[in-house]
Design a protein around this ligand. Structure first.
Ligand code: URA
Length: 296
């Protein structure tokens, strides 16, 4: 700022300070970093999620994008690659410094998972009900310290009525076990409870209709950590349209729980080179939960 205006601005800031109004001029980016500094963990030499193949010299974002699953791929500009690493992520800051819509939404007194399941009933609230076989509510420990949130059931989940039981689910189970936990120690659920036809992305109206049940599940469990698997879960909980690569691996707050987003296991199946990144994210979760990696 040019010098004639500076003393005047400083006087206003001091005046506001004396009135206790300081937050309006706080730098929110540095504020959120100060509240929740990202945990540092050394880059793993190898990942227990399976070896990441060495990328060919010409590995590029374009090559990665061409093999990525459209359903679980990060936004094209943000496809992780060794050649074009995403810039250091900055924590997502809510659009307004006040309560978000979801924070402002009332919590239901003494809510519980059985009650939420009962309220869902034999749901016909959105068009996904027409092609589903089973409602896939969620499984695991109702008092879990760690909840994984995926996108929506696929074919195997629709048939079995349980989240993450197909190929991606087997990889998620490996991830959980690498953290020295068992599937039954954590809670696993999705943004939408019915399978989108042809494994397409859940649509806005479907997410809007179903996600209140997810928020209730998270409120009822009140886990220490929520780990979002993929962009759909992260964007739904954080109310952002930013690509996941912008904030993957950063700690954020969700209604009193610590929230971290990482890549979806289905994305890892197609892009094993991203496994070390995900393992780093899981190590951050383990540090918060006081877990040691499983001995192999
Ligand atoms: N992908 C998801 O996001 N959820 C599942 O339950 C299975 C696959």
């Amino acid at each position: 700022m040019d010098s004639p205006k500076r003393p005047r601005a400083e006087a206003w800031l001091q005046y506001a300070d004396e009135l206790g109004l300081t937050p309006f001029f706080r730098d929110r980016a540095s504020e959120s970093a100060a509240i929740d500094p990202p945990l540092q963990s050394p880059a793993p030499a190898s990942s227990p999620l399976g070896a990441a193949p060495q990328p060919p010299a010409a590995y590029s974002a374009a090559a990665a994008a061409s093999t990525a699953s459209p359903r679980h791929a990060p936004a094209p500009a943000a496809v992780p690659s060794r050649a074009a690493k995403p810039a250091a992520a900055s924590p997502v800051v809510p659009a307004s410094p006040g309560l978000s819509l979801f924070e402002a939404a009332e919590r239901i007194e003494a809510d519980s998972l059985p009650r939420i399941r009962e309220d869902i009933g034999d749901c016909t609230r959105c068009k996904l009900h027409k092609s589903r076989t089973n409602i896939v509510f969620g499984v695991g420990n109702p008092k879990a310290s760690l909840v994984f949130v995926g996108e929506g059931p696929g074919h195997d989940e629709d048939v079995q009525g349980e989240p993450f039981v197909g190929r991606a689910g087997k990889l998620l189970t490996q991830m959980i076990e690498a953290m020295s936990l068992r599937r039954e120690d954590v809670y696993i659920c999705n943004v939408v409870k019915c399978r989108p036809p042809e494994n397409r992305l859940p649509e806005r109206d479907e997410i809007a209709t179903c996600s209140p049940f997810l928020f209730r599940q998270l409120d009822a469990i009140s886990p220490k950590v929520i780990c979002c698997l993929g962009a759909c879960a992260a964007q739904t909980l954080l109310q952002t349209t930013q690509g996941i690569s912008r904030f993957r691996g950063e700690w954020m707050d969700f209604r009193g729980s610590k929230l971290i987003a990482t890549y979806h296991p289905a994305y890892l199946l197609r892009n094993p080179a991203a496994k070390p990144e995900v393992w780093k994210d899981l190590q951050k979760v383990m540090a918060v939960l006081g877990l040691q990696p499983r001995r192999r």
